[in-house]
Design a protein around this ligand. Structure first.
Ligand SMILES: *[C@@H]1O[C@H](CO)[C@@H](O)[C@H](O)[C@H]1NC(C)=O
Ligand SMILES: *[C@@H]1O[C@H](CO)[C@@H](O)[C@H](O)[C@H]1NC(C)=O
Length: 237
């Protein structure tokens, strides 16, 4: 847990617990194979509505995020605006796996407050894919029939069950469209609805992956309040 002193910081820490509590698994760790994966580089806008209920706390969370995903260079970045009750926060999340060695870092920068958590991540940067064991639920189209075809999958995760809708682009590449997840994360029952729009291939501005200046100090004595890798956020999707 975070060492906290003032009231504001205590509030911040419980706020943090709420929003980290809704992070979810999607970029699967290691599976035997993939049905399809997102393009290696893309950007997009995600909006997410979540509810969580625990023994002491329950509430609703809205998040609007700009996502940049760069599997080619083992990194991702999410700028998100977070709303829960009367709490509003701007948060930047960067995941970077630099160099040949295994392992990387997760940076969570609360940039209104110039506070940053840094966490060492084991293993490799995760590829965002639908695992082979996902059950295909069906094909259908959005909007006018036949113009925009999508496919839905049911994925049973360790903590969450996910219904995921993607646009299939051929050659086992797919673009995220929508996701619905329900399950338990930490001490919370969680329900999430995520939509993606304006996805474009490639990375327009590499500086989004820079380590936030707030994270340059050594915060290694700190850790995220609960043990969830916010790198999973992206394939929320
Ligand atoms: C990305 O990580 C893999 C190992 O997980 C490594 O082989 C590869 O060289 C890395 N790519 C870059 C551009 O650093
Ligand atoms: C969507 O699927 C229908 C039925 O398979 C097909 O006729 C149509 O051409 C597809 N639309 C696009 C844009 O690929």
């Amino acid at each position: 847990m975070i060492g906290v002193e003032s009231d504001t910081e205590i509030r911040f820490s419980s706020n943090t617990m709420q929003w980290t509590s809704v992070a979810l698994i999607f970029c699967s760790v290691a599976a035997l194979g993939w049905t399809c994966c997102t393009p290696d580089q893309w950007e997009g806008i995600g909006s997410q509505f979540s509810s969580y209920a625990g023994f002491f706390h329950h509430g609703l969370i809205k998040e609007f995020s700009n996502v940049a995903y760069d599997f080619t260079n083992n990194r991702s970045a999410v700028f998100l605006r977070y709303y829960s009750g009367d709490i509003e926060a701007k948060i930047k999340i960067v995941v970077r796996f630099d160099g040949e060695d295994e392992g990387g870092f997760l940076y969570v920068d609360h940039y209104d407050r110039h506070m940053c958590w840094k966490k060492k991540l084991e293993g490799k940067f995760r590829k965002c894919c639908i695992p082979k064991h996902a059950k295909r639920l069906g094909d259908f189209s959005l909007g006018l029939k036949g113009d925009y075809n999508v496919t839905s999958y049911d994925i049973k995760g360790k903590r969450l069950n996910i219904a995921l809708t993607v646009q299939e682009l051929g050659e086992n590449v797919c673009a995220p469209v929508a996701q619905f997840a329900i399950g338990r994360v930490g001490y919370y029952d969680v329900l999430r609805n995520v939509g993606f729009v304006n996805i474009t291939p490639g990375i327009k501005d590499e500086t989004v992956f820079d380590v936030p200046p707030d994270c340059e100090d050594d915060w290694s004595g700190f850790d995220l309040p609960i043990d969830i890798d916010r790198q999973d956020y992206i394939l929320g999707i």
